[in-house]
Structures are given as structure tokens and as C-alpha cells.
Design a protein around this ligand. Sequence first.
Ligand code: SF4
Length: 284
Amino acid sequence: MEVKEIQTKSILTLSKLPDTDYVINPYVGCRFGCTYCYASFMGRFVSKQINDWGEYVYAKINAPELLRNELRKLKNKGRNKSVLFSSVTDPYQGLEAKYKITRKCLEILLEYGFEGTISILTKSNLVLRDVDLLSKFRHAEIGMTITTTNDDISRYFEKFAPAASVRLEVLQKLNQTGLKTYVFVGPLLPHFVAKKEELDSLFKAITKTGNKEIYVEHINLSKYILERLKKELKGLDISILKQFYYSKNKSYRDELDNIIMELVRKYKLKLRMGSTIYHDELKN
Ligand code: SF4
């Protein structure tokens, strides 16, 4: 894997995501290298190909200092604003243990007296290291992405990320600290997880950790993602790939949405955004 230290020009970025005002991405690239990752397009900014995703990580080593200056963009100490770590990388991937860029940014936000919401989204147990800091914010929430209860499936699609069972344990520990948590269930993996029985186990396991709120996301089958997926799924039965293609159909998604709503009610979870998240590729 290629690791590089870089200087970035900005770090507190206005977000296009519906649920957050700003994003902070301390790294370019993500070692977890998930096969379905939509952020693989980031390679175009550093002369990398889609298929290089997971093989390079650039650490934005000047991010904390830059953040100190950029916080001037905010008014009223950021009251009623939210900052997400992160949208196109995992803020707690392995290199964070060495560089501590996420941690240093949190320290700067605390020092500044940030009064908005800090939201973390990760697949990593390393987030537990920063519970001391996260507990000091007025509003903080930690999201774990969990796509399955089956470690073989998580290993297959999320190669270098901590296994699903580890993430469930982390979620339980976070809930025991009293910090607010949420789970990002996405993408719904056709054939492997996107069926009633599997999803029931997943929702049950999530509820058992004490977590109460979830996002659920359909798979994003934009062309560049599908290309990478196809490469990974090569060698599996052709019927599995066909199911991925079929998962673009409205009837498939309607059926899946009904299952999700049923399970949300069954496990008394709060579904953020009010429904399953769709991607632009199906809105046209
Ligand atoms: S952890 Fe997130 S950012 Fe990293 S490869 Fe997986 S989906 Fe992409």
C-alpha cells in the first residue's frame, strides 16, 4: 500500500449530504477498500484509478492547523451546525493510530468550543480511543457502518475493515459509555444480506447493542462502482451477479423497502431520513 503525507488546502468542507452541514476528511483514500465504496471516485484527484481504491492513503498532516483557521467560517461557535467525520474516507482506519489527525481535529474543535453536532461514521474499533474527547462535546454521535452479522461476508466485501462482529461489540461498548450512537446499514447487499431472514438477524443484533437509530441504504450501482464490483464478484456463480443487476429494479427495491419498514417496526428502531436511501443512479 502507498502511504504519503500531504498538505491539504482546505479541511472544513461544506457538505452536499442531506444530513450534515460540513465534512472533514482527514485522509485521501481508505485502506478498508470496500468493494462497493462510492468514494473510489476520489482517485481522480490524486491521479489514481478506480481499481486502485484501498491501495493508497494520503494523510493530510496539516489538517488540524488548517482547521483551527477555518473554524472562523462558523458563526455562533457552530451552534445548530453539524460536522461529519467522514464522507469519503474512514476517519479511524489503521493509519489514524499513527497520525492521529482525526483526534487532533477533535481537540481543535473542543478547544474552539464547538457547540454544534459532531458526527462520526466509521467501521473501526479505533474510535474507542477517542471516547474521552467525544464525551466532552455538547452534541456528539458515533455511527458504525454494519452491513451484515456474518464475518465471512464482511471480510469479502470490506476486506481490510474490522469484522462485523467486532463492530457490533464496539457499538455495545459505545452505548455503555452513554454516547449517542447510530448504525449505517448500507449498502444492502443483494443475494448475501438483502433478504428477510438475514436482515432480521442484523436488526436484532443491532438492537441488542442498545442502539436505537439507523440509516438504511440501497446499493449504489453507478457505472464505476459496478465495474469494480464485477471484478470482485468474478468467479462466483453468474446468478449472483445477475441478482446485483436485478437489484436495480423498482419491484425489487419496493419489496426490500417493505421488509425494512416491517423490521424497523418490529425492533422499534428510528429510521433516519424516514425511508431507505436511494442513489441518483435510479432517480433518472
Ligand atoms: S470504510 Fe467507507 S470510505 Fe473506506 S472503503 Fe469502506 S465504504 Fe469506502
